[in-house]
Design a protein around this ligand. Structure first.
Ligand code: ADP
Ligand code: MG
Length: 205
């Protein structure tokens, strides 16, 4: 993986978010404040504008800029969370070019831990962290089979994490204000996080 393939991933993620923005906002209307689709769509459109304007000479410089762009352009909890994910991902890729499957796994884990540290979510709190943590674990298990297998496993695990938490009661974020009424609704952030891993599998392998 190189800075070019990472740019392609970010563009695919932006396109997937745009295509699913209405769905993400609809999910957030049930257990939040109906803005997750517009939040992430705005942030990723800002990222694409940066990609169009700037040539990056390393993956860590690219992801640092992406993280800062998301933090500054997205209102709502998810901007700083995704921003932290990309900042930590980039920091862990420092000096690696091209990036191999093992290094990307370490960076993915660092990004996911950044989300956990920033949002203080635990497993089963029903957030994006559940999808991301499942993805990082599955990636590690499959990493010795190569990047394509590892990313495919990560994408499948993210979707399983997203669906596994639907019956749960949310304990973090706005959905937690609903208490028991949050149970049975799909989490918007876990849904966008699954798109992040699915587009990684498509663009990076
Ligand atoms: P807001 O809740 O501020 O309106 P968004 O609607 O953009 O922000 O994002 C909501 C999503 O953010 C939730 O579906 C959940 O997955 C995620 N989220 C919220 N709080 C946290 C947290 N503390 N840790 C991890 N993820 C969180
Ligand atoms: Mg919201």
């Amino acid at each position: 993986m190189t800075v070019e393939t990472f740019g392609a991933w970010l563009r695919e993620f932006a396109a997937a978010i745009h295509a699913n923005a209405a769905l993400l906002t609809e999910l957030d209307s049930a257990i939040g404040d109906a803005d997750h689709g517009t939040n992430i769509d705005r942030g990723m459109a800002a990222v694409v504008a940066v990609l169009d304007d700037t040539t990056f000479d390393s993956a860590d410089a690219l992801f640092k800029k992406v993280g800062m762009t998301l933090v500054s352009s997205v209102g709502g909890a998810s901007g700083p969370l995704y921003g932290t994910f990309f900042l930590r991902l980039g920091a862990a890729l420092q000096g690696a070019d091209p990036v191999d499957a093992t290094t990307f796994g370490v960076a993915l884990r660092a990004g996911v831990q950044g989300v956990q540290a920033r949002g203080k979510a635990e497993l089963d709190d029903k957030t994006m962290y559940d999808a991301l943590a499942a993805a990082a674990a599955a990636y590690d298990t499959a990493a010795d089979q190569g990047i394509a297998a590892a990313l495919a496993a990560a994408a499948t695990a993210a979707a399983e994490g997203r669906d596994r938490i639907t019956p749960l009661v949310a304990r973090k974020g706005r959905a937690s204000y609903l208490g028991e009424r949050s149970a049975g609704h799909q989490d918007p952030g876990a849904t966008s996080a699954t798109l992040l891993l699915e587009t990684a599998a498509a663009a990076l392998s």
